[in-house]
Design a protein. Structure first.
Length: 374
């Protein structure tokens, strides 16, 4: 259907809203972004209208004012391993239905014209009503990232009663056992995982991946009892504050692991430094709470958190303690504030310098912490 918008850049184009925006509107879910597909156009025609090309592997354009994505209708053919192993064919001859066929799940393959008319060749509306995540075709198994994406969608919509169709879960197991997951880029795996850990039911993402044997590939440290312990820990996180809730959930998820296991997982996923560090700090806090809160242990904890140079890292962990051990947070806050009052300048005025200054500073802080705890 021709675009009837007053926007002259879109006049005469066959434009459809597709994917998540249509799905979420039908679900009554908040819609934050729109994606559009343009049928029958060429890259040259889009550029002449002022659209800015951004796609390297296939023609995607940004509207110069709204910055929304407009992609030319395309088909895909498997040509290699992993998420990027596809040959893309974008042409004015590609129909809307052919473009929708390349998508992953039926609920993501619904298009809407600018007049509100729905094109739904795979009965995605029926699966929305049935609360089922179902693959469109056997081509689902050609893209291993779809295993993670389907698990992430379930983490988002599980509270609405969604399940994965048995035949789709069987395909997810097939992909996991095929070795294709190993060809995914670590960065892509983390992006999907980070999004999933921010969903309403993040534990569902990991339990779903365990059901289809995907954890063995990317998260071998998080299987069986280790996963159960991690999910129990993940259920308790502080108000995110300046940190993303997904990062707190990850830190809690891996807190029962050994330092070696956490480091191996961080390296495998190529985690951002801030996330890996939060996981290390969270593990330190768990270790402290498992010990007695004496002056030595608490001072060591503050030092390991680099509290004197980066006090915000101590404040973050105190927020976690408030959740995990609310009866102990007052003691730790008092010890922390007492340690902060020890002035290096005062010690310098007393004549300390060099290594002697560092030693005296640590001793005074230790005494301040011990006094506050007692």
């Amino acid at each position: 259907m021709k675009e009837t918008s007053s926007d002259p850049r879109l006049a005469g184009l066959n434009v459809y809203r597709v994917g998540g925006a249509v799905r979420d509107e039908l679900l009554g879910w908040p819609v934050y972004d729109n994606d559009w597909v343009v049928v029958g156009a060429t890259p040259e025609a889009m550029r002449k209208r002022g659209f800015k090309p951004v796609g390297r592997d296939f023609p995607v354009f940004l509207h110069p004012e709204s910055a929304e994505e407009y992609a030319l209708a395309r088909t895909e053919r498997k040509s290699g391993h992993g998420y990027a192993g596809f040959e893309v064919h974008a042409s004015p001859d590609v129909s809307l239905e052919e473009d929708l066929l390349r998508r992953d799940l039926t609920i993501n393959a619904i298009a809407q014209s600018t007049e509100g008319e729905l094109t739904d060749p795979f009965n995605g509306q029926g699966d929305i009503e049935r609360r089922v995540l179902r693959h469109i075709s056997a081509a689902f198994s050609e893209d291993p990232l779809r295993v993670l994406r389907t698990a992430r969608f379930l983490a988002r919509y599980a509270s609405l009663g969604f399940t994965i169709a048995p035949e789709t879960l069987a395909l997810m197991r097939q992909v996991s056992s095929s070795g294709e997951l190993e060809h995914l880029a670590a960065e892509r795996v983390w992006v999907e995982t980070e999004k999933a850990l921010g969903e309403l039911s993040p534990e569902v993402y990991l339990t779903t991946l365990e059901r289809c044997d995907a954890n063995k590939v990317w998260w071998p440290e998080l299987v069986g009892e280790a996963l159960a312990k991690g999910l129990a820990a993940m259920a308790q996180v502080p108000d995110s504050g300046t940190l993303a809730v997904a990062h707190w959930r990850y830190a809690q998820l891996v807190s029962p692991l050994s330092a070696e296991q956490r480091d191996a997982l961080a390296e495998r996923l190529k985690l951002p430094n801030a996330v890996a560090q939060l996981a290390r700090h969270t593990a330190l806090t768990h270790a402290l709470l498992a010990e007695s809160l004496d002056g030595h242990n608490v001072l060591h904890w503050l030092e390991r958190l680099d509290g004197w140079r980066k006090p915000e890292q101590v404040e973050e962990q105190l927020a976690l303690v408030k959740v995990l051990a609310p009866d102990q947070v007052g003691q730790l806050e008092s010890a922390w504030h007492a340690a902060l009052k020890v002035s290096p300048q005062a010690l310098i005025a007393e004549g300390y310098q060099g290594a002697a200054l560092g030693k005296a500073l640590r001793e005074r802080r230790g005494k301040a912490v011990a006094a506050a705890l007692s």
